[in-house]
Design a protein around this ligand. Sequence first.
Ligand SMILES: [Zn+2]
Ligand SMILES: [Zn+2]
Length: 446
Amino acid sequence: MKDTLKELLGKEWKCGCGRTHRVPTKEIYCGANAKERLLRFIFAEMPGPDVAVVADTNTFAVAGQAVGECLAENGLNVKVRLFPAGRKKLKAEKELAEKLGSELKDFHFAVACGSGTINDLVKYAATIAKIPYISYPTAPSMNGYPSPIAALSYKGTKKTLAAIPPAAVIADLDILRNAPEDMIQAGIGDGISKSVCNIDWAVSRFIKKEYFCPLPGKMMAGVMGFYTGNAKKAAGRDPAAIKGLFEALNLAGVSMVIAGSSAPASGGEHLISHFLDMSNSSKGKDMNLHGRQVGVTTVLSAKLYEKLLKLDTDLRRLPQLKKHYAGDRQTKKEFMSRYGKKMAGEVYREFMTKYLPPDKKEKELLFILKNWGKIKDMIRKNLVPSKVLEKTLRRSGAPVSFTKLAITRAVFRSAILHAREIRGRYTVLDLAYDVDILESFANDVV
Ligand SMILES: [Zn+2]
Ligand SMILES: [Zn+2]
C-alpha cells in the first residue's frame, strides 16, 4: 500500500487509458515527529513565510495550537483562523469556503488542521485564493484528504466541487490514534465503500461509454483485505492498523486524482448518504458522520447488487421497462414537492445532465437487456459479499443498519428511491431503476 502511494506522489505519466495523470500531492506521511516533517516540507516547498493555520476549537486543542506555535518558533508569520467546533455550528458550506477563500488571499499558504469539514473548507478556499495548502489531519475518518474535490453543500444540496489537492498530507500517528471512536469507525465505513463504487464506475463505463481508467480499481484491489482483516484492530487503536487505515484511505483519495473525479470512491452508496444529509439539514437535524453513514449504505449497495445478480432478464422485458420509464415523469413539479423550493432547482438541473428522453432511453434499455449476462459478470467478479462488509463494520463497532443512525423508515425508503436524482453520474441505483427492481428493493429494506 505504502509503496503504491510513494510511486504515485508528485508524479506525472501517460497512462494506457489515454490520459496523462498527474498527482500534485508530493508527500503523504503518518508517523511520529509529524511537526518536524511539516516544517521540513514547508521550508522545501512553500512559496513564503505567511501562513494561515485553520482549525476548529476542537482540532485547535488537539493539533492546531501546537502546529501554530511550532511554525511561529521557526520564523513563520502565523495567523490562526479558528472556527467553532461541532457539526451544528460548523458546516462544510460553499459560501463559508468562499468567504475563507477571500481571507486566504493574503497568505502564501494554509495549513488545515482538522478532519473532513476543515479539510474541505480549506481545500476549496485555497483553490479560490490560488495558494497551496497542507492538510494536517486529526482523524482517519474519511478518504478525501488528498482528493481533487471538496464536498460542500450549496443551496441545501450536497456538491462535490473540483478543487486543488493539498501539496502534502502530514499526520501525527498519535493524534490519529486518539481520534474519537466514531471517527475511526467512519474511516472504515468510508473505506469499504470502494468495494461497491468501483463496480458502479465499471458498469457506468460499459452502459454510458464513459471514460474509465483501470488503475484506481487495481490500486484498491488489495485494500479491501486490509479493511476486513484490520477493522477490529483499528477500532482498538492499534498503531499499525491506524497507520494502515490512514494509508488505505489516502490511496482512495489519490485514486480520485487519477480518475479526475470522485467516480472510483463515490457511487450510489455515497448518493444515498448525501440524500440523507440533505434531508437532515433541511429539517435542521444533526448530520451523521459521513463515513458511519456510508458504511451502512455500502452494505445496502452490496445487497442491491446481490439482488441484481439474482435477476434473470432478457429482451422480452423491454416493453415493460419502457413503460416503467415513460410512466415515471421526472418533472420539475415533482422535484419541487420532493426537495422543496430551496433545493429543487439545483437537484433538477443536476438530474437533467443524465436524463434521457424515452426514445433515446429505449436504446439504452435494449443495450442493458442484451448485455445483462455481461453486466452480471462484471458485478460478480468484483463484489464483496454484503455479509463480509457487515461483519467488518460490526468488528469496528460501527452501525450496520439505518435504524442506528436515527433515520426514519420513510426517509430511508425515499433516499433509496430518489438519491439517484441528485447527481448526474450513472450508478447502481440507476441500473436497478432501469431494470425496475429499485422500488421492490426499497420495500424489502424498510
Ligand atoms: Zn489512466
Ligand atoms: Zn466518502
